[in-house]
Ligand binder design. Structure first.
Ligand SMILES: Nc1ncnc2c1ncn2[C@@H]1O[C@H](COP(=O)(O)OP(=O)(O)OP(=O)(O)O)[C@@H](O)[C@H]1O
Ligand SMILES: [Mg+2]
Length: 410
């Protein structure tokens, strides 16, 4: 067990009694090794027995002063010569909580395309091939990238995201490859780049389609050789990274237009996964809504759910979550979300200028009174709420809420 002494590991028997614990984990939890041996494990605050059937699971560690740490548990079943389970070796890895933690493990879907896509992703996760994830904004590209990492053997190592659209050419090398002290004015100490930090883990190139031709050329060399040099350094280094990229562009078209290097494309897009927009998998909306509201201890009315399912969601799941988030704030004093809470005034994804719209429609007279404006729009559209809302430049939910407020029955 010497090798494991400096890790966060525990051995338990079939009854979940601890037969061994690493020095580091015991110290971290604030127990002495001897005091826990033989006791039933109670500091993994999940339904541990059930979870042990998975080879990996998200969970929390509770220390002796009830401090909680989130992380990933890796489970190895210990069997005897006859194949009977004797116990489990459980290893804990810290997980960066600033991301979305547990949420990442779940990809709720009932959509057949999405299910196939996830099957493909879980197969891909086991290997080291490069993956390109494409899809509209907010469809879950970043989430899928992380999901692949979490489901890959690299889970215990870093997942490092680089936002390619935010890196100017002049900073590419220092960002990606790092620099050594004195490499340039202001380089007061050595700094590793993203590829070095991601060693043994996953390098996630977000918005890869936004890289300039110069940066693409530099990236190509690294992708090809997995070798790089820090700025000001004189030794090539190697980084063992799996590359996952994401883009909301049609990257192949960019290749055809000569904007993205073909050779780089084929290296980063060995496997291609395209996430369909939410409006093409509306059956997922109730699932996503319910799982989100569940975390907030809220429910939703049937008509509010119907309203959400009907929408086109050009901002996809991100937009849906934003609307739900604000609904939960508006409905802070209730358990149930209704249409009136689903205000999204004017969604940033379907920007309509309210003033323009109202002037377009109601040129005869500028009406300042909101109630009158609503009545006038309803009159003009013969009571069609959808059209009236469009004319007013507000969502149906907002119109509905305002009609209720002003007691307009149309
Ligand atoms: N299947 C899902 N269930 C629940 N939440 C999801 C799901 N897919 C994505 N999300 C959530 O939706 C939001 C947007 O997802 P994400 O950031 O991964 O999208 P993206 O495609 O990377 O967007 P962008 O192109 O803007 O970078 C996140 O909060 C993410 O956790
Ligand atoms: Mg993203």
């Amino acid at each position: 067990m010497n090798l494991l002494e400096n890790s966060f590991s525990i051995l338990v028997n079939n009854n979940l009694r601890i037969s061994w614990i690493s020095e580091d984990l015991a110290n971290f939890l604030g127990y002495s090794k001897d005091s826990v041996i033989g006791k039933e494990i109670d500091f993994i605050s999940e339904d541990i027995r059930q979870k042990l059937s998975n080879s990996k699971f998200f969970g929390t560690l509770k220390d002796s002063s009830s401090g909680i740490t989130t992380g990933i548990f890796d489970v190895t079943k210990i069997v005897d010569n006859h194949g009977n389970t004797q116990g489990f070796l459980i290893q804990f890895y810290f997980y960066d909580k600033t991301t979305e933690s547990e949420d990442f493990l779940v990809f709720n879907t009932q959509n057949i395309k999405m299910k196939k896509l996830l099957e493909k992703a879980s197969l891909v996760a086991q290997s080291d091939v490069s993956v390109l994830i494409s899809g509209e904004t907010g469809t879950g590209k970043s989430r899928l990238a992380k999901w692949i990492h979490i489901n890959s053997p690299r889970v215990a190592f870093p997942f490092v995201k680089v936002n390619c659209s935010a890196i100017p050419d002049t900073l590419f090398e220092s960002e990606f490859f790092g620099y050594e002290k004195g490499a340039f004015t202001g380089a007061n100490k050595d700094k590793p780049g993203k590829v070095e930090i991601a060693d043994k883990g996953t390098l996630f190139l977000d918005e890869v389609g936004d890289l300039s031709p110069t940066s693409q050329a530099k990236l190509l060399v690294f992708v090809d050789t997995k070798e790089f040099e820090r700025l000001g350094g004189n030794r090539p280094k190697r980084a063992n990274v799996r590359i996952i990229s994401a883009t909301n562009k049609e990257l192949l078209q960019e290749v055809r237009k000569g904007k993205f290097r073909k050779d780089l494309y084929y290296r980063i897009a060995v496997v291609r996964i395209k996430i369909p927009p939410l409006r093409e998998r509306k059956e997922d909306i109730p699932l996503i809504v319910n799982s989100f509201l569940h975390t907030k201890n809220k429910r939703i009315t049937k008509r509010a759910m119907e309203f959400l399912v009907e929408r086109e969601w050009y901002g996809n799941i991100r937009e849906l979550r934003a609307v739900l988030e604000s609904a939960c704030i508006l409905a802070y004093d209730r358990d149930i979300i209704d249409i009136e809470h689903l205000i999204d005034e004017i969604s940033p994804f379907e920007e309509i200028s309210t003033e323009d719209r109202i002037e377009d429609v109601l040129p005869e007279k500028i009406i300042f009174d909101e109630k009158e404006r609503i009545i006038s729009a309803l009159e003009k559209t013969g009571g069609n709420r959808k059209k009236a809302a469009e004319l007013l430049g507000i969502s149906i939910a907002t119109l509905w809420r305002k009609m209720k407020k002003y007691q307009i029955n149309y």
